[in-house]
Write a protein that binds this ligand. Structure first.
Ligand SMILES: [Zn+2]
Ligand SMILES: [Zn+2]
Length: 106
């Protein structure tokens, strides 16, 4: 009886092994893809200006208002020193009023 259970558990493990390996490979590929995408976007995020959806240049180092209400001087996409939230966007392009998303975020 114990031998049958042992054989059964080995069979289940052997059948599941390829799926476990595929799952781990998938997780690894997703991680590599996300890291590459972040590295690809990073230079755009570190520029002194970003472009709004209509192409107007907007300074990233200036005065910003966080969603918590705090006024911040500095880089637009840094974490707020008051609430700790990272800005996902610049709320208003000074020329057209459109929002500009943080280029590092997916
Ligand atoms: Zn805040
Ligand atoms: Zn604009």
């Amino acid at each position: 009886m114990a031998s049958t259970l042992k054989k059964l558990s080995v069979a289940v493990f052997v059948l599941a092994l390829p799926w476990i390996v595929l799952y781990c490979l998938g997780l690894g590929l997703v991680s590599v893809w996300r890291a590459a995408a972040t590295l690809w976007r990073l230079p755009r995020a570190l520029r002194n200006t970003v472009r709004c959806p209509l192409g107007h240049p907007v300074e990233t180092a200036s005065f910003w208002r966080c969603q918590c209400g705090a006024a911040i001087a500095g880089y637009a996409f840094t974490r707020c020193p008051h609430c700790g939230e990272a800005a996902g966007r610049i709320d208003v392009c000074p020329t057209c009023g459109l929002s500009i998303r943080n280029p590092v975020l997916p």
